[in-house]
Design a binder for this molecule. Structure first.
Ligand SMILES: Nc1ncnc2c1ncn2[C@@H]1O[C@H](COP(=O)(O)OP(=O)(O)OP(=O)(O)O)[C@@H](O)[C@H]1O
Length: 579
């Protein structure tokens, strides 16, 4: 089941959009604008490493290059409005959703890159999620199914609820809304004022009715947690992780996930706020940044005809965790575990996307796609495999100070990258019959193929095939030296990590040893006291016993004085008589 049907290949193309956010005033005055990001055209962007960045330092040492070119399905520059972005990216996916198809959007970017702005937006400039919801409500306006007795079930199904279950649904919903009693800015409500008709059609001509249900959950350290909980639950109790199960037809679903029926934009907005609040509360409690988890907001639209569910479609918006941010206040073990899990799920996602692309390129061949290796890819396997459309929106800022992180994001997400040699080619290049170079010396295209090593630390290489032999030999020598140095550095680093971990374990051992010694000492003292007390008790008891015995003997041997005197006199008299 890890293979996609190549016949579905055209659906498998995942579009990857890049959005570059504008500089803020502060960033401009902090000299963050060093022309690191240059949008060449609607699909190509060039990254120039600024002075002081790790990329520039490596390139100065002769490792890798300071210039990178990346290709995306479409690039949106700083001047692009929210409406334009929506129109050109997600709008067609909203239409799919309303048309009964499944669809998925990933968003990816480091902190401060503009993800929240893109997804949620502001009151004046609503983001993608707001626009999808608005488009959906606009479409189903007047055709909303009012009862709550048709509910999403498993992954693609729906179930009919009896009156008792409907009552439970209503009270679960009421409990959630009671948790968001405080007045929150329900900017979504005002959306109708700002956005004109978002979808070209509406369901007016339809006789069908529609029910919209939403769920909001997160995946942290490979555990799934429901975000739609009355917040008290999360504050006081340990969070319960939910299982990812198979519905028997190869579709994964989250068992026990709370689905809430919503009737308006303001309800959707409240749930989103509640989920966000729970997400950051849980993150704070676990001493974790909320951006270390993948969060998923899913809408399910049930199309109901004559009391029968005709179709169930799904729209998921998945906010991916950034792999480069790390909370320094955590213990080494926690950090390693967290980084491992994030890198792993992104790595698996990268591998799945690469395999899908390769399968698509070679239609006759289907290679293994490791969907089952992470919860994230397992959950969206069916969408990747042709039962829906997926796209990714990547957000970056243009700041020089976070250049290395931005480069990392681009390497992960771009649909293709180009290799730019560092120095101009002076040596003769191979020419064809027309005098033109057989291969373009400046760059060649390469589809993104992520391997483990690449995701961790990827270095681009110059195109060596164009160099003469002696240069090649010296280059090999040069590379060999660099490789040795790199190996040495890795060894030192590994030793450092081992030492750090060893120290941490030793520290832990010493602490537990100390605790145990202290406990033994305390026990010893307690038993000593107990022993002394018992000893004293016995001493007192013996004393008491001796006294009592003495007293008893005294009573037995007691002879009244007059009897004694009389007896004595008798003895004396008898002794005189004897004499
Ligand atoms: N396209 C844009 N146009 C104008 N302002 C933007 C744009 N994108 C982002 N901003 C602004 O840049 C700042 C950072 O954006 P945002 O908070 O969305 O980043 P983020 O990636 O969600 O960060 P975090 O992960 O820390 O929440 C915000 O003040 C936001 O309003």
């Amino acid at each position: 089941d890890e293979f996609c049907d190549p016949g579905d290949a055209e659906h498998q193309t995942m579009r990857v959009y890049l959005r570059v956010r504008p500089f803020s005033k502060e960033e401009l005055s902090d000299n963050e604008d060093q022309e690191c990001i240059v949008v060449e055209n609607s699909q190509t962007v060039t990254l120039n490493a600024p002075k002081g960045s790790a990329t520039m330092k490596s390139s100065e040492r002769g490792i890798g290059t300071s210039i990178h070119k990346f290709t995306f399905s479409q690039i949106f520059g700083p001047e692009m409005s929210q409406a334009e972005l929506y129109e050109n990216t997600v709008k067609s996916q909203t239409s799919d959703f309303l048309d009964g198809k499944n669809t998925l959007i990933f968003s990816y970017g480091v902190t401060n890159a503009g993800k929240t702005y893109t997804i949620q937006g502001t009151q004046k400039e609503p983001g993608i999620l707001s626009r999808v919801l608005d488009g959906t409500f606009h479409y189903i306006q007047g055709h909303q199914y009012q009862d709550m007795d048709m509910k999403p079930f498993l992954r693609n199904d729906a179930q009919r609820l009896d009156s008792k279950q409907v009552k439970q649904e209503r009270s679960a919903k009421a409990a959630l809304f009671a948790a968001v009693k405080e007045v929150i800015a329900c900017f979504l409500e005002t959306l109708f004022l700002f956005i004109s008709v978002l979808v070209d059609s509406s369901a007016e001509s339809e006789s069908s009715q529609f029910a919209l249900w939403v769920a909001y959950y997160e995946i942290y350290n490979e555990c799934v947690y429901d975000l739609l909980q009355p917040s008290l639950c999360i504050r006081n109790k340990k969070r319960v992780s939910l299982r990812v199960c198979d519905d028997g037809a190869g579709n994964a679903y989250v068992k026990g996930l709370q689905w809430i029926n919503i009737q308006s934009l303001s309800e959707a907005s409240k749930l989103l706020h509640l989920g966000n609040r729970n997400r950051s509360a849980a993150a704070t409690k676990m001493n974790q940044s909320s951006s270390r988890s993948h969060s998923i907001f899913t809408m399910k639209l049930l199309k109901i005809d004559n009391d029968v569910v005709e179709s169930v479609s799904e729209f998921s918006l998945c906010d991916l965790a950034g792999s480069e941010r790390c909370n320094k206040t955590k213990t080494i073990n926690e950090r390693l575990k967290e980084a491992g899990n994030i890198n792993n799920s992104l790595l698996i996602l990268g591998k799945c996307l690469t395999a899908l692309r390769n399968n698509q390129a070679e239609r006759t061949k289907s290679s293994y796609i490791p969907f089952r290796e992470s919860k994230l890819t397992k959950l969206f396997q069916t969408i990747f495999c042709g039962k829906g459309r997926a796209s990714m929106i990547v957000n970056i800022n243009q700041c020089a100070s976070t250049y290395d992180e931005t480069l990392h994001v681009m390497k992960f997400s771009a649909v293709a990258k180009q290799v730019i040699p560092e120095r101009p080619l002076e040596s003769p290049c191979l020419v064809g019959g027309d005098g033109k170079p057989l291969r373009n010396g400046a760059s060649h295209n390469q589809t993104l193929n992520l391997s483990d090593e690449e995701l961790l630390e990827e270095e681009d290489e110059a195109d060596e095939s164009l160099l003469p032999q002696n240069e090649l030999l010296s280059m090999i020598e040069n590379l060999r030296t660099k490789l040795l140095a790199e190996r040495k550095r890795n060894l030192v680093q590994e030793m450092e990590i081992r030492k750090e971990m060893g120290d941490a374990m030793l520290q832990q051992l010493m602490e537990s040893e100390e605790l145990r010694t202290r406990q033994i000492e305390e026990l010893k003292e307690r038993y000593q006291d107990k022993l002394e007390n018992t000893f004293e008790m016995y001493k007192d008891a013996i004393k008491e016993h001796a006294y009592q015995s003495a007293m008893n003997n005294l009573e037995d041997d007691y002879v009244p004085l007059d009897e004694f005197l009389a007896e004595q006199e008798k003895v004396e008299v008898s002794s005189i008589i004897e004499l």
